[in-house]
Ligand binder design. Structure first.
Ligand code: ZN
Ligand code: ZN
Ligand code: FE
Length: 342
């Protein structure tokens, strides 16, 4: 495929002041190839040509075959109207293949193995954030066909973006405002408060708390907050990487125990922008789970998409209780766990 002939740029939406990544070639991505598995060779399984250069591996990072951003993007298109603005889709998209095993999730990896995944995230984050054109490094994991995942082999993704995502801009502003008015850190204070009350906490280890936030938008949304004021993933100590792997395994196992099947979810790492200093920002991980009950899917539709207004179908404190129960079941099956269900 000749990349240059395909349109590839970022376009500014002046109505909502957001960049959209336009990547024509991504329409050719394969969809759920495992459904005709015999004919299809998983590109993330050992023996795939992409991995031929490696002798043996547990976790490995590769360039995304259908990148939304390029290191050498073509020139963006031009329009005569001032409000129609485009820019270079300059960046990098990488895939972290977490295991040679074709099926699984974070919690089906051993704790030791999951730590390697976190360490690789950190390494990639540091490497990508040092590039001059990179403004933000987005680490995320999509799981399940409900979420639109095209390959089932356990993997996460990293986008090195030429702009700061709008959601992060809002978080930065909120945490800065809080710091100015209250003199502390918003997330440090919320984590302490929730731990002292316990109504929405789900799991705790030495360095992290997992909770269903007071302000959850998704029925089983879970946030993982470091107890220490950690600015970004690159500031995690060796021990904090181990405990992060622990809490993330427990959360994904909790989802599976809750739904009593391989659960879909979205996991995102919220770090500050990579250029500049944002010391008031508190690194955290967020999980969105799309079911509102075991068999009832929560669709983001008119009110959510058209207005960015979320309705929470249920009582967050009750859902937190359900997650606590699921956590107890999950932890029983995990074995090598470092903390306690609340
Ligand atoms: Zn595979
Ligand atoms: Zn903090
Ligand atoms: Fe966040």
């Amino acid at each position: 495929m000749n990349k240059v002939t395909k349109l590839h740029e970022i376009r500014w939406n002046p109505l909502i002041k957001q960049w959209i990544i336009v990547a024509e070639h991504r329409s050719m991505r394969p969809w759920r190839p495992e459904e005709k598995r015999e004919a299809f060779k998983c590109p993330f399984c050992p023996g795939a040509p992409e991995l031929a250069y490696l002798e043996s591996w547990n976790t490995v990072s590769l360039p995304n075959k259908y990148p939304a951003l390029l290191e050498s993007p073509p020139s963006p298109s031009r329009e005569e109207l001032k409000s129609l603005k485009a820019g270079k889709a300059k960046g990098e998209c990488r895939v972290v293949i977490e295991t040679p095993e074709h099926e699984g999730d974070l919690h089906t990896l051993s704790l030791e193995h999951a730590v390697k995944v976190i360490e690789l995230f950190k390494e990639e984050y540091v490497k990508l954030s040092s590039r001059s054109y990179v403004r933000y490094v987005a680490i995320f994991r999509n799981k399940g066909k409900e979420i639109g995942v095209s390959l089932t082999h356990p993997h996460s993704q990293i986008y090195a973006l030429p702009f700061t995502p709008p959601r992060i801009k809002v978080e930065l502003e909120s945490m800065r405002e809080y710091h100015e008015s209250e003199g502390g850190c918003m997330i440090c204070d919320i984590a302490k408060y929730e731990l002292s009350r316990g109504r929405r906490t789900i799991y705790e280890n030495e360095h992290y708390v997992a909770l269903l936030p007071f302000y959850a938008m998704w029925p089983y949304e879970v946030h993982v907050y470091p107890k220490r004021h950690i600015n970004s993933i690159k500031d995690l100590s060796e021990e904090e990487c181990i405990y992060l792997a622990d809490v993330l395994r427990v959360v994904t196992a909790t989802y599976t125990a809750l739904l009593e099947r391989d659960a879909p979810y979205i996991m995102v790492f919220h770090n500050p922008p990579v250029k500049g200093r944002y010391e008031h920002y508190h690194f955290h991980v967020e999980f969105y789970q799309p079911y509102r009950e075991k068999d009832k899917f929560k669709h983001a539709a008119g009110i959510e998409w058209g207005f960015w207004v979320f309705t929470y179908d249920g009582l967050p404190e009750k859902k937190a209780g359900e997650l606590r129960e699921a956590c107890k079941k999950a932890v029983g099956g995990l074995g090598d766990v470092l903390g306690k269900c609340k």
